[in-house]
Design a protein. Sequence first.
Length: 137
Amino acid sequence: MILLLETTTRRYLCRQHDVDAIGAPGVADRDERGRPIIRRQLGPLLDPADPPVAGRIHALRIILRRRTVELVVARVDLLVEAPVIHPLAAFVSARLQLPWVYGVALLAEQPVVALDLRRLAADLALGLQLAHSQEAQ
């Protein structure tokens, strides 16, 4: 199954099995097992021009061995009919700064990037800071 994620200005796809739970973002700093929770807005993380989500928000919870990561988005939909996700060409994959994109699909004749949220969460848990994230802090 494929999830359609919407930030303030962008749309992304991800595999449903990459996400352990979907719901309202928590307010605690630790999960029920005492692991630290890393909470990030997906939009600004991927694109500094994408403003943070305001109003009703949803958290995609990804549970890792030592940490839990919550990625916050404006909207999450389960696509009834999975789109055809075309893998990135080797020359494009080789040029990516980080390997979080595994393909692209067409939705309503618009390209939508497919993300590997487990990989993204693991990199965040390891303390990864993007160049534009460091500038904003």
